[in-house]
Design a protein around this ligand. Sequence first.
Ligand code: FAD
Length: 386
Amino acid sequence: MPDLPQRASVVVIGGGVMGASVAYHLALRGERDVVLLEMQPFFGQGATGKCAGGIRYQFSTAINVRLSLLSLPMLQRFEEETGQAIDLRWPGYLFLLTTEEDVAKFRNNVAMQHSLGVQTEWLSGDEVRRRVPLLRADDVLAGTFNPDDGLADPNGVVAGYIRAGQRLGVRAFTDTPVTGIAVEGGRIAGVETPHGRIACDVVVNAAGPWAGAVGELAGVALPIVPVRRQIVTTTPIPGLPADFPFVIDFAQSLYFHREGEGLLTGMSNPDEPVGFDESVDPDWELVHLEKAIERLPILERAGLQSHWAGLYEVTPDAHPIIGAVPEVEGLYVVAGFSGHGFMHGPIAGLLLTEIILDGEATTLDISELAYSRFAEGRLVEEYNVV
Ligand SMILES: Cc1cc2nc3c(=O)[nH]c(=O)nc-3n(C[C@H](O)[C@H](O)[C@H](O)COP(=O)(O)OP(=O)(O)OC[C@H]3O[C@@H](n4cnc5c(N)ncnc54)[C@H](O)[C@@H]3O)c2cc1C
């Protein structure tokens, strides 16, 4: 049974990329007695461990591009900073656009990205077909490619932040679900676990797809819901080029990237209901594989290596909530990244640390990501959700 401390300065709930990053950044700023609690037997087995590892600049809102402009360089410095290798690769992301509506939206996106210094290339349909001849792409009207988009190892990032945090004094526990949050007189007083209570003034809800349930423990209704998403990986595919990009067939929410000598592919089911089911849906997998082979016929030569399902943590505007929950003094949230949070984990942990210790985020103004935006009707819709 974990030997929990009776008191902490901050309790972070959730040992995925967000919780690990917050705990590390708090300790780096000198915060003592930070405790990280994870309900599963290992860290990083929630959304983070199920994710595709993609990191990109290509978003439709300036705030997401700005988060990437800060977070991706943190991943580039990650090994130097924490001592943990994270298998960074830069194959670039190639978005395939097959509808006039998407062509128009992506033209605006690329202009906005250029205005922020992100050099995404605009490609004609013929240029897409020339660049990746393995694709069956006769219906592709245009594409966007950014060579600075890439991939990193999610488990490495979690492990690196947790170990580096531990060296700075963070106490991190697995097998420790938070089952209650004590609120007294409108302020955080502590958390309950099956192994005992920890008194504290500050709680960080970094529970990813479970953030809504954790919010309820403090009597707060956070608009974050779990939605199942599936992935398949293949056996080695002879003839797959080493520089095969991270391809996203945007209209179908279908994607591929190289994984070892084979491919990893995912496709989002638009009719997937909200829920915590993490079993693989075989019917959707069939639809997915059929569409994948249509787009990339070389897949017919591959065998199935593995498959799994994980949960997106979805908010109404596909942007995260980063900041304080005003109803409960001492309660903070860093969750709801809506399927593209792994890449923003480094900067999100730093920004929430600034909010907790300094009262506001100083590295980047993220007031538009405050929880209050829902009550105030200030939603910031992200279009580039896969
Ligand atoms: C199939 C799939 C593909 C994805 N692909 C990408 C991608 O290519 N690029 C990208 O950037 N993002 C991607 N994502 C999204 C990304 O995985 C998430 O946005 C990110 O990992 C969220 O991190 P998190 O720390 O908030 O959540 P999690 O990693 O889920 O961490 C939350 C943790 O909290 C723990 N927890 C929950 N409740 C409690 C409790 N009561 N007590 C203690 N612990 C608790 C959970 O066990 C979990 O470990 C993908 C997600 C999925 C599912």
